[in-house]
Design a protein around this ligand. Structure first.
Ligand SMILES: CC(C)(COP(=O)(O)OP(=O)(O)OC[C@H]1O[C@@H](n2cnc3c(N)ncnc32)[C@H](O)[C@@H]1OP(=O)(O)O)[C@@H](O)C(=O)NCCC(=O)NCCS
Length: 163
């Protein structure tokens, strides 16, 4: 049962987290990543794979993020908050982690793709000052288009972004 008092913090994902992450992923996405895909991310030197685990026992996972830092860009590949934990600012917290890592490496561009129909996610990114840069036609395996969205960190409007 979900406990409203529970708090979660980010730590690097481990092999032991993958089965739970995979279950959350199946609940979250139409075309979920396979367990093997997550395992591969653990091995990539440029991948940042973090989980939100509960502060008290470190045994529950509320969400996770995978982003890459490469070619002078940060690319967010997956960000998920499990259903009971949504609406508490955890997605924002995870994206802020990517922004902070990028800034620390002097990277000024954060990119991601999102399904055109995924209004909560689009709202989240726009809330964080991401802008739609273009449409990728039939980007997903079921034919749905994606929006590519970007956050440009060296624009004057950055002052408004809450990190
Ligand atoms: C999208 C998702 C990650 C948001 O997670 P979350 O922890 O609930 O989001 P937050 O609480 O950090 O919300 C931050 C902002 O996002 C927007 N937002 C989040 N959920 C929303 C919803 N259901 N409807 C509208 N806006 C929403 C709001 O602007 C919100 O700010 P506010 O609370 O000040 O209004 C979550 O719904 C999810 O895991 N969805 C399934 C996986 C997915 O689609 N991931 C994105 C793939 S590109």
């Amino acid at each position: 049962m979900e406990n409203q008092e529970e708090t979660f913090s980010l730590r690097p994902a481990t092999e032991d987290d993958i089965p739970t992450i995979s279950e959350i992923e199946k609940r979250a996405h139409k075309a979920p990543w396979a367990e093997g895909h997550f395992r591969e991310e653990l091995e990539k030197p440029y991948a940042h794979f973090l989980v939100l685990s509960d502060d008290e026992t470190d045994s529950k996972i509320a969400g996770y993020i995978v982003y890459w830092i490469m070619f002078e860009e940060c690319q967010i590949l997956d960000v998920v908050v499990d259903l009971p934990y949504r609406g508490r600012g955890y997605a924002k917290l995870m994206i802020r982690n990517a922004v902070t890592t990028a800034l620390n490496k002097d990277i000024r561009k954060i990119l991601l793709d999102v399904r055109k129909s995924n209004l909560p996610a689009i709202q989240l990114y726009q809330n964080m000052k991401f802008v739609i840069t273009h449409v990728r036609k039939s980007f997903y395996s079921d034919g749905e288009d994606a929006y590519q969205m970007a956050l440009f960190l060296d624009q004057p409007a950055d002052e408004d972004i809450e990190f």
